[in-house]
Design a protein around this ligand. Structure first.
Ligand SMILES: Cc1cc2nc3c(=O)[nH]c(=O)nc-3n(C[C@H](O)[C@H](O)[C@H](O)COP(=O)(O)O)c2cc1C
Length: 191
């Protein structure tokens, strides 16, 4: 995608704001990639683990690109890198679960973000619970959603998994793990 410098709007950006000019009209060719990543790092999110079980093996991936999609029917989405080994397993199982991590679960987030992990009979080093349908969830998570695979869509270098939520469990006593500007955060005590 090319962004063209817009002289009308350029003057409205405050001093110090980062911007990318990537197009002929801008007179310069800069990569949008780093600025894109910096801008998205400014989006504070929760942290989820999307996991499934197929062929007797479980696999989970740390995911911040999780969102609600629809209430009727209850649908959520998670965006998974196309090269991830999770997507083919979800395709096989036709189900997956999403654990929404609590504030003290940064270790679980780091564990499921480690590359080169192989699917295993159970989570490695992280306590696992199972939903009634047999999907693996992170024990102690703030909430979890048990999903049937509603649909999937390959877009860019990711796959959008759409889940039909068949069970939603919340632990209101817990507060969320947050991810913002490449670091884990917690809500202020008063929040
Ligand atoms: C906080 C955080 C958020 C992440 N969000 C996503 C995401 O939304 N989608 C994704 O595909 N990977 C995301 N990742 C990266 C994956 O967790 C990581 O690449 C993982 O190793 C993938 O496992 P796999 O190689 O078995 O697929 C995130 C990592 C971290 C630490």
């Amino acid at each position: 995608m090319a962004l063209t410098e817009d002289s009308e709007h350029a003057t409205k950006w405050p001093p110090g704001a980062k911007r990318t000019v990537d197009g002929e009209a801008g007179g310069r060719q800069l990569s949008i990639r780093e600025d894109f990543k910096d801008a998205l790092a400014s989006w504070a999110s929760g942290v989820s683990i999307v996991a499934t079980r197929a062929g007797g093996l479980v696999h989970g991936v740390t995911v911040s690109s999780f969102a609600s999609l629809s209430l009727d029917p209850p649908l959520v989405i998670a965006c998974i890198a196309a090269r991830s080994r999770l997507s083919p397993m979800v395709r096989e199982a036709r189900r997956f679960a999403i654990s929404l991590l609590s504030a003290d679960q940064g270790e679980a987030s780091a564990a499921f973000a480690r590359s080169g992990r192989e699917p295993a009979p159970a989570f490695v080093g992280i306590d696992e619970d199972r939903t009634p349908s047999g999907m693996p969830v992170v024990a102690g998570a703030m909430a979890h959603l048990d999903c049937e695979l509603h649909s999937e869509l390959a877009v860019g270098d990711h796959t959008i998994l759409v889940g039909l939520v068949v069970e939603a469990v919340t632990h209101p006593d817990k507060s969320p793990l947050l991810y913002y500007r490449r670091a884990y955060r917690r809500l202020d005590a008063g929040a």
